[in-house]
Design a protein around this ligand. Structure first.
Ligand SMILES: [Zn+2]
Length: 274
């Protein structure tokens, strides 16, 4: 065979995906959720279950009623929002596992996503996270890039919503060709309370972003967890040595762009490539 190349495509052979990540579980998440729902955009909400109902944090009842049945994902943000590098390893592991346990009781499924409280982490913190079964964790380093995460436990977002480049990045993401080879991911993060009048009083920022980038047929809208599950399925594919067939051992259909052709590697099946 000639030159070989293989690129991930999102479901429907889309080459672009959008995901969001918002932290702390505060009342402003609810109007944010309404804006995102109106635009078909999906978000991961990172929650501190040890602070439910305390101060400005939403209660476990509201989480159960509003977040769990929604189109969005809930993920770990630490039981009590403690700075990870300030904790001894056993205390850090408790901070993760207590939060996992409480969130899993709410959703009735494994919760393996996270965002670092205060964006704080180092190599020891990441190792402990892995041992606690966390499979992806967001940092606060803006890349201004649309690359898929190379290290999911140090998943750098594209930008924060207060980034002055926000709409320029969105425009580039939408307007540049969708026939590029590498798949693109736009990853936006923030705190919903930052939109409130006590902070920046700028709800129009997220309304304008959602109105511009939402409801487009060329974009795959997914939570952090769905993006990770899809990328993991792509990495689980097994090709024969001549690339004449591919075995997809996962439960997810994987869309590929391979040697100029679009191919679906069907879940749990072997697909011929020639
Ligand atoms: Zn936080």
């Amino acid at each position: 065979m000639g030159h070989q190349y293989l690129y991930l495509r999102f479901p429907g052979f889309l080459s672009k995906a959008l995901t969001l990540s918002y932290d702390d579980g505060v009342p402003a998440d609810l109007p944010l959720m309404e804006i995102l729902d109106g635009a078909g955009i999906r978000c991961t909400f990172n929650l501190n279950s040890g602070l439910f109902g305390i101060g400005s944090r939403l209660s476990a009842e509201v989480i159960a009623q509003k977040y769990v049945p929604s189109a969005h994902e809930i993920a770990v943000h630490g039981y009590k929002h403690l700075a990870p590098t300030g904790l001894q390893t056993p205390a850090w592991m408790m901070e993760i596992l207590e939060d996992r346990k409480n969130l899993e009781a709410l959703v009735g499924a494994p919760v393996t996503g996270m965002a670092y409280a205060y964006g704080d982490y180092d190599a020891r913190v990441v190792d402990a996270l892995r041992d606690c079964g966390i499979t992806y964790a967001r940092t606060v380093h803006s890349t201004h890039s649309f690359a898929l995460p190379e290290k999911p436990l140090e998943w750098d977002p594209t930008c924060h919503h207060n980034d002055k480049e926000l709409m320029a990045l969105a425009k580039r993401f939408v307007e540049e060709s969708s026939y590029r080879d590498e798949p693109w991911l736009f990853y936006l993060w923030g705190h919903s309370y930052e939109f409130d009048e006590r902070h920046n009083d700028n709800w129009e920022v997220i309304r304008a972003f959602a109105a511009y980038i939402g409801k487009r047929e060329e974009i795959f809208y997914a939570t952090n967890g769905e993006i990770m599950e899809y990328i993991s399925a792509f990495h689980a594919l097994v090709f024969d040595v001549e690339n004449r067939s591919v075995h997809n051992p996962t439960a997810t259909d994987v869309y590929l762009h391979m040697n100029g052709k679009d191919v679906i590697a069907r879940a749990g099946a072997v697909t011929a490539l020639v």
